[in-house]
Write a protein that binds this ligand. Structure first.
Ligand code: ADP
Ligand code: MG
Length: 345
């Protein structure tokens, strides 16, 4: 280490990852893809590959136990990992779970966490095959790694999108972020006066989207049935804008996405407006929806058209043409990633 110190917030999360990993070259022929996609790709036979991904959740950064029940946390930790395997068009098969836990947590709390992990393992058909357990000076950290499998020919990378490909998003967006706003508001009300009961009525959908996100394993099944292999794919953990920019950067293309086409649930919109937030901004920058964003070749348009789980939101353009969000007045605004940045603040 030299005398000069650089604040890591200057690099941002992705700049930091690039900086730290840029000197590593893949030495083994089996390491097909390393850093930079939703999962690493390891060749296991001529036709098949393993997919490996890992995610860490830290108390106070990624979750607040005041409103996140441990059972939900366990479920969410598995779902977000399985989501990264879905983002490669693969099927998750195994997970490992590592915990760092302070003495503040009684056995019953960890049993609750594992109940959520168990429910998720049943739901997503994955096996818990190991992990690690250690103490922590404060709080709870949970790290899950996941192993999945795919036929090499079916794997959807971030870098395969081509000019004129169509951009598709699954489900609806922005709800998880708005759910978080409701939970934060009720937490503040409770902190100010613990006698006031939380008012979560009518917000079930958006709160569930925050506390219990689902990995879209169903979409991987639908794509197979439709006989469509996305030309590129990513899961939406950080917000639509950030993820689209990842696809564009990796694929060296530009894009046009259309505000009016972004799927937003009506309850999400109404609650966003209650909070004086623009629903589209919540979808673009909110994050944690764990929907899938992918591109398909125009030739596959008819196969996807009309599918109730998939919405066309735009198309890819030439890299030179830039990355744009077309608002409801038809004005083109440069896309910016304003998703979570853990190193700021
Ligand atoms: P995702 O949001 O899909 O989980 P991330 O944004 O966390 O992906 O990570 C982007 C890529 O960088 C992934 O390929 C991941 O494996 C890799 N990565 C993240 N952190 C590190 C690290 N500290 N060292 C090496 N690779 C990393
Ligand atoms: Mg991902």
């Amino acid at each position: 280490m030299s005398d000069k110190t650089t604040n890591i917030s200057e690099l941002g999360e992705f700049g930091l990852i690039d900086h730290l990993t840029k000197n590593f070259e893949l030495k083994n022929a089996t390491s097909l893809v390393g850093v930079g996609d939703d999962a690493a790709v390891i060749s296991i036979s001529e036709e098949d590959a393993l997919l490996i991904s890992t995610d860490m959740l830290i108390e106070g950064i990624h979750f607040n136990l005041m409103y996140m029940p441990l059972k939900h946390l366990g479920y969410k930790a598995v779902a977000t990992n399985v989501s990264d395997i879905c983002a490669m068009n693969g099927v998750a098969e195994q997970i490992t779970v590592s915990l760092a836990v302070s003495s503040r947590f009684p056995l019953e709390a960890l049993e609750e966490l594992y109940e959520g992990i168990h429910i998720a393992c049943e739901k997503f058909n994955v096996d818990l095959v190991g992990g690690d357990t250690t103490s922590s000076v404060s709080g709870l950290t949970i790290n899950i790694s996941v192993v999945g499998r795919a036929k090499k020919k079916d794997i959807a990378y971030r870098n395969g999108a081509k000019e004129f490909d169509l951009l598709v998003v699954t489900g609806d967006l922005g709800a998880a972020y708005i759910g978080l706003q409701v939970l934060e508001r009720e937490k503040n009300v409770f902190n100010a006066n613990p006698n006031i009961q939380p008012d979560l009525d009518g917000h079930d959908y958006i709160i569930e989207r925050q506390l219990k996100p689902e990995a879209r394993v169903d979409i991987i099944g639908y794509l197979k049935e439709l006989d469509v292999v996305p030309t590129s794919m990513i899961d939406i953990s950080d917000g639509l804008a950030s993820e689209i920019l990842h696809l564009c950067k990796a694929s060296k293309v530009g894009c046009h996405i259309y505000d009016e086409k972004i799927p937003i649930d009506s309850k999400t919109s109404l609650t966003a407006i209650e909070f004086n937030l623009d629903p589209s901004t919540c979808a673009l920058n909110g994050g944690e929806d764990y929907e899938l964003l992918f591109t398909i070749a125009q030739a596959d348009f008819d196969k996807v058209k009309g599918n109730p789980h998939m919405t066309f939101i735009g198309h890819m353009t030439n890299e030179k043409d830039g990355t744009y969000f077309i608002d409801k007045n038809g004005s083109a605004i440069g896309l910016k990633a304003q998703g979570w940045n853990h190193f700021q603040g």
